[in-house]
Design a binder for this molecule. Sequence first.
Ligand SMILES: Nc1ncnc2c1ncn2[C@@H]1O[C@H](COP(=O)(O)OP(=O)(O)OP(=O)(O)O)[C@@H](O)[C@H]1O
Ligand SMILES: O=c1[nH]cnc2c1ncn2[C@@H]1O[C@H](CO)[C@@H](O)[C@H]1O
Length: 434
Amino acid sequence: MKFPGQRKSKHYFPVKNRDPLLAQMTQQPQRFPTYITGIDQTLVDIEAKVGDELLERYALPKGNSTLIDDEKAHALYSELKTNKLVSDEFAGGTIGNTVHNYSILADDRSVLFGVMSNNIEVGSYAYRYLCNTSSKVDLNYLQPVDGPIGRCFTLISECGERTFAISKGAMDKLTPEYIDKDIVQGASALILTAYLMRASDGDQITDAALKAIEYAKEAEVPVVLTLGTRFLIEEDPSWWKSFIKDNVTILAMNEDEGEALTGFSDPLLASEAALELCDLVLTTAGPLGLYMAGYTEDSEKRETSHTLLPGMIPEFNRYEFSRPKLKAACDTPIKVYAHISPYMGGPEKIRNTNGAGDGALAALLHDLASNTFHKANVPGSSKHKRDGLCYSSFSQVCKYANRVAYEVLAQHSPRLSRGLPEREDSLEEAYWER
Ligand SMILES: Nc1ncnc2c1ncn2[C@@H]1O[C@H](COP(=O)(O)OP(=O)(O)OP(=O)(O)O)[C@@H](O)[C@H]1O
Ligand SMILES: O=c1[nH]cnc2c1ncn2[C@@H]1O[C@H](CO)[C@@H](O)[C@H]1O
């Protein structure tokens, strides 16, 4: 496990604890392994730049993720290929991206539940999926299926907006028996997407997700839900609200999804409203940056040294130096908010923002898993006298999530091919010598 934030290992683990001479006298405790789990519809993204006319012709609402039948998928693929519009074909899926990015950032294990084709030919989509997934993502629990994995036509408009057309293949064939109870219950978190709730035609991936939630709740493993697209939430916001209230610990959304869920277009107010349903909220807001909202114990709140920010909740970031906690773990819970503007104002050139939100969530998960790791390996640390949900403060997690989102934009891919630089070019040498 590599640590987030200012990554100087000395800072976290005093070197004396690992003195090779002292080690001979004392039994070194076994390092406690940490990982996260996620469930996804296994699919490959087929990225193409298209005009709005094409979206209209195929009846694809802009910004949505629409399921399409085989006939439409065939016609769309042929048209994109004939006109040489396909720019990339790589592994995708919102949770697949998130666990991959987590593994890259943490340099540590994650476990993905989903399906994989039984017979894989070199060059096939299934093959590409496996090739483009970090070797730290454990794929041993995938369910073998007859048939191809899904395809996600990722259609980028002139304005940078992305519209998805999903040809589902066998991606929804995951069954509850393939959810390993011990693996779910031993994880730092279980990550799900709202897309998992739209299985049809007798496919069981929704039941598989519900089974995993049941296991996670039984063992008090945080359940993390990312909302996917506003269109899905708009269909029945009340259903989603009660689903989140009953099952979800951490909610990740963008401002459109936040509005669909809560009715507030302001991302801060949407975050506050969503906080009534769960313990921690991450709201990304494109060029406005991102917000976090959560709880901390009144007696442990820490005041920021940054400028107090104006907003629909005045000076909302006052306690952003506090660490997030589960509401139930607080005697006197108070709501805490934090915000950050895009890192360096965003990269100079943004081809599209696909996956930036998934990147931000991966950073939050890294901080959360670091906390479990630290607690298990350094149980005596003063940090764990009071149970926190994350290792760092709201403010720090915001910075980290923002930095990772920037990296996704800068690398032009929803899946990071490398982690963050060990030393930021933008920081002077003296910073690292502190
Ligand atoms: N135009 C932009 N300029 C600067 N930064 C941006 C821009 N768009 C996105 N970002 C950065 O990326 C983060 C996430 O972006 P965004 O809100 O678009 O995610 P999203 O809609 O959830 O994406 P996806 O669902 O594709 O993962 C923002 O919080 C911000 O830090
Ligand atoms: O229906 C879906 N299920 C799972 N993932 C999806 C679906 N639609 C789009 N994406 C995924 O969302 C990612 C960006 O956040 C894309 O990489 C795309 O693969």
